[in-house]
Write a protein that binds this ligand. Structure first.
Ligand code: GLC
Length: 447
């Protein structure tokens, strides 16, 4: 079935609404929350996309967004997944009193934070800002000051998250992948033996603020808490955690973002005469290892690698496709990835492109968070990657299919990928007035 393209999309109205959402979700004039009720703090990779959105209509806010996020950077370079600027807020778990970053010697002294990280998008967001405003003194001054912070973050990944010195960074918590309850993690977390007393009592709020059937299960949450506890015991130190944690993953999306952002650091060093340190060598190794180690021929795609159990996590899911944006795949592998997306868009049973998880797998759930729905920032990454390899037609299918969804169902956190179902709905899933959805819409329309 053909996807409805441009004619149904009212650009002006979408732009206005997207700008309103980003302004509305900006607190204290300095940082943007993903969605004011569900996620009342500043999130790591969300803010990267938010800065990209602001760059289309308010450069000072784009700059401030990245600066306020990096107030949370730790002295060892780690950039936490949540920065708790607004301390007095109640009703979020796990909040600052849970993570207790102030007890960690290396943590930020400016603001309390979580103890895990998220996909490193900031390098390429900074590069986009420069490419968009190459003559702006303000942007150049910002980049000169901000660049060393991003470099320090990347160094952290190579020095603290790569125990075998392969060039791939590991994560020790599903949340760090950005794809919290993806089926990717299901089998592995089932092997984690949680005994009574292993985890403290806690109270969830997410399932009170959003429909519980769209959120992760309580069992998932117990695992999240278990892995957080493990991290806290080690002051969230990567090398110590790698020795003990049952969850040590070299993720596709995470490493593709690292590689794409490395490339941005290398490009900016050339353009602005900055010092990229050892990034060029590291990046070469990262790209090579990614391509050689994470590809699974039977699936025709990349998968994360479980370092603890030394095996691939053999499932088809959205993270694989982000390798395109990092210029990792050979042209024949790139074509395989593109064909998968085209076949998805052409299926008789009708799917929006692109579901976050394999619709033919029994675990697929079109409503539940990362077990199937369409996610805005993932479509943006796919779009960039497809264009990078010259697959402009497929890229545009991804882009306009997504704009059509937002146009019909509003600026939600995620959407049902079943065409017939989404067509009957009046809104998307999860949080409403969502920041990165607004940012992606602004960038798509202005592209
Ligand atoms: C969820 C998503 C994560 C995102 C966060 C805030 O936890 O899985 O990727 O950063 O919400 O939007």
């Amino acid at each position: 079935m053909d996807i409805q393209f441009r004619p149904t999309i009212k650009d002006e109205a979408l732009i206005k609404e997207a700008q309103r959402i980003l302004n509305h979700n900006t607190w204290e004039g300095r940082y943007t929350v993903p969605s004011s009720k569900l996620y009342p703090y500043q999130w790591n990779w969300d803010s990267g996309f938010v800065a990209m959105g602001f760059a289309h209509f308010d450069i000072p806010r784009a700059i401030k967004e990245l600066e306020s996020l990096f107030e949370g950077q730790w002295e060892n370079g780690m950039l936490p997944h949540i920065v708790f600027h607004s301390k007095k807020r109640e009703g979020y778990f796990p909040g600052p009193s849970y993570w207790q970053s102030s007890k960690v010697p290396e943590a930020s002294k400016l603001v309390e934070t979580s103890g895990i990280t998220q996909p490193p998008v900031h390098g390429f967001i900074m590069e986009r800002l420069f490419n968009q405003y190459p003559n702006s003194k303000e942007v150049k001054a910002f980049i000169k000051a901000f660049y060393p912070k991003v470099l320090k973050l990347h160094k952290y990944y190579y020095e603290h998250r790569d125990p075998n010195k392969e060039g791939l960074a590991f994560i020790f918590h599903p949340w760090a992948s950005g794809r919290d309850n993806s089926p990717l993690w299901d089998d592995l977390v089932k092997t984690i033996p949680i005994k009574p007393g292993d985890i403290p009592k806690y109270k969830r709020y997410d399932n009170l603020k959003a429909d519980p059937s769209e959120r992760p299960s309580d069992k998932d949450y117990d695992i999240y808490v278990y892995l957080m506890e493990l991290g806290r015991r080690h002051n969230y130190d990567g090398n110590a955690i790698a020795k003990e944690s049952p969850f040590v993953i070299q993720d596709t999306l995470f490493n593709a973002m690292l590689i794409r952002s490395n490339e941005a650091l290398i490009n900016l060093a050339d353009e602005l005469d900055l010092d990229a340190g050892p990034i060029e060598d590291w990046n070469e190794q990262s790209k090579k290892t990614f391509e050689e180690k994470l590809w699974v021929e039977e699936l025709g795609m990349y998968t994360p690698y479980d370092l603890r159990n030394e095996k691939h996590i053999r499932m088809k899911e959205i993270g694989a496709f982000t390798a395109l944006y990092a210029d990792i795949p050979s042209s024949s592998r790139a074509r395989k990835l593109r064909n998968y997306i085209e076949e998805m868009a052409d299926r008789e049973d009708g799917f929006r492109v692109m579901p976050s998880f394999d619709p033919d797998h029994w675990i697929f759930n079109p409503k539940k968070y990362w077990k199937g729905p369409v996610w805005p920032q993932m479509n943006w990454l796919l779009y960039q990657g497809l264009n990078r390899y010259g697959f402009h037609g497929t890229a545009n299918r991804v882009k306009y299919d997504f704009l059509d969804l937002v146009n019909k169902l509003g600026f939600h956190e995620y959407y049902d990928p079943r065409r017939a179902v989404a067509d009957q709905q009046t809104h998307g899933y999860g949080g409403a007035d969502f920041s990165w959805t607004a940012a992606v819409v602004l960038d798509f329309i202005n592209d």
